[in-house]
Design a protein around this ligand. Sequence first.
Ligand code: NDP
Length: 273
Amino acid sequence: MSLYAVMGHPIGHSLSPQIHEAFGALTGLDVRYERREVRPEGLAEALSAFRVQDGRGANITVPLKGEAYALAARTSARAERARAVNTLAWQGDGWFGDNTDGAGLIRDLTVNHGWSLRARRVLLVGAGGAAQGIVGPLLDAGIAHLSISNRNPERARDLVASCRDARAGVADIGVTGACPFEIVINATAAGLSGALPVLPDVLFEGAIVYDLMYGPKARTFLSHARAHGAREVADGLGMLVEQAAEAFLLWWGVRPPTESVLAHLRAEVGAGS
Ligand code: NDP
């Protein structure tokens, strides 16, 4: 029986096995899916061992997305654009690398939450692996402008340059007037330590605020945003489920329904704000 897995470090917290098993039950497919603890520089070896067990597909998470991109024999256009891979599929003679993070985010924002992205001015906070995967799909979704801010400003500049799109720029967050953004997306790992990225409070006024982090770890940021006038807030649990559905589609050729899986996980994980 073929095997699927999520690989990263740390991996003990990953909800991916639960999500993919639930997708299997909903689609009538027999899904065998495991967690694999893989440290940086260990991915090639882990994938060889995985193949011996008939490993057919892997989700790749922190800190291995760049390594997976380098190891893939072929990549999708969206992985190429992100220069990061979060999904690998075995193709008989090598790994095909894809990046489903951006598609998962866009689907959560527009379908699950019903928020239009067209002509919106968006602030993206963070320039790590997750941010790399979502900038292209955000621009493709028809936003008016994408401003990127990061603790290390050089990484923000590099990410803007990689977009090759006049609508992307480094954020000027030294604003004192009205909030210039309609949507604020937190793609930093600050919530892991209960910290807040440094942003002027005015940036939240009237904005839709989304945190890629989910459950209790999103609460510091989203509660802060709400307290400073955010119009609506949401955590990244829906993105997690939707990016997994995209990976499932790549592996099994069918996109699973996500609504019941998301509702079940929400009850387990708790609210994000
Ligand atoms: P990376 O380690 O690649 O990047 C981390 C980013 O967070 C960098 O921009 C870093 O800034 C910034 N950062 C970290 N700590 C702080 C802080 N205290 N204040 C301000 N900025 C900070 O991680 P990823 O990009 O892969 O992931 C980011 C988050 O997104 C993770 O928490 C992850 O759980 C979540 N995620 C959620 C997904 C979902 O489906 N919901 C999918 C993918 C990721 P600097 O460059 O200055 O170090």
